[in-house]
Design a protein around this ligand. Structure first.
Ligand SMILES: [Zn+2]
Length: 265
């Protein structure tokens, strides 16, 4: 799944979709000459970093530009497990940065236009000098266990019958552990303890960073009386409902629980 591109790779996004070269039968990230074909200069975009010694740039295509022959636009969710992890992660970074570039155009202090900072990933106000960095919104996602069972909930916004672990955005002044305790309490009325870091995942829809935790039930019975959660229950590992696909950290948490119980740890 490697791309043999000596001249650099370009992550061209049209809305939320990435331009990929399908001519070899496997989606690949095209080279920088494709940007030139659209009349774009690399300087219009962002340097993302490098992969295998090759520079990677992110560029936005405005409107619906016809893809070059043998290429098409694919949503990032479709590219998970199709692009190798390093390129998929770079595509996520491209989407997050370009979302920010598109939505952060005026100073939040005085309303004047922003210009890009010369050396760091930031924008500077022409008028008052205020510096704005890409916004990252931290959200916790937590798997709660109780005697070999896992707490899974069906959010009102989820597809029918899909259950997942609980999640919610951090609020100002909270530690992430505070957020975990508050979210679980608010959503299902349960108190938790033994909160442990699990892992994290950038989630660029549009600017979240999901920070995963595991926790143990400490007190309380499930009560769902808010609009967000339509049902929540304790499930044993061998009798789980429909759960999220492998794209998300929620699934990684649930897989960890399944594996732990399979081994009888
Ligand atoms: Zn300003």
């Amino acid at each position: 799944m490697n791309n043999d591109i000596g001249a650099g790779s370009v992550f061209l996004l049209c809305g939320q979709r990435l331009l990929v070269d399908l001519s070899s039968g496997v989606p690949r990230v095209p080279g920088r000459d494709v940007a030139e074909g659209f009349g774009l200069s690399l300087a219009d975009g962002y340097l993302l970093g490098s992969l295998d010694g090759v520079e990677c740039h992110a560029l936005s295509l405005t409107g619906e530009s016809e893809p070059p022959r043998g290429m098409d636009y694919l949503g990032l969710r479709k590219l998970f497990g199709v692009l190798d992890d390093a390129r998929y992660n770079m595509a996520v970074r491209a989407l997050a940065i370009l979302n920010w570039d598109r939505t952060c155009r005026f100073c939040s202090a005085c309303g004047s236009p922003l210009r890009r900072h010369g050396t760091i990933l930031a924008k500077v106000c022409e008028a008052c000098g205020f510096t704005m960095f890409p916004r990252i919104s931290p959200a916790v996602i937590v798997l709660v266990e109780r005697q070999g069972k896992v707490l899974l909930a069906r959010a009102s916004r989820f597809a029918e019958n899909l259950y997942s672990v609980l999640a919610g955005f951090a609020e100002p002044g909270e530690t992430l552990e505070d957020t975990v305790r508050r979210e679980v309490r608010e959503e299902v009325g349960v108190e938790v303890s033994d909160i442990r870091y699990f892992g994290s995942q950038p989630w660029p829809y549009p600017d979240s960073l999901m920070i995963g935790f595991t926790a143990s039930w400490a007190d309380g019975e499930i009560v769902t009386d808010n609009d967000e959660i339509s049902d929540a229950r304790w499930f044993p590992a061998d009798n789980l409902p429909k759960i999220p696909d492998r794209l998300s950290i929620s699934r990684s948490l649930i897989d960890w629980f399944i594996e732990k119980n399979r081994k009888g740890m």
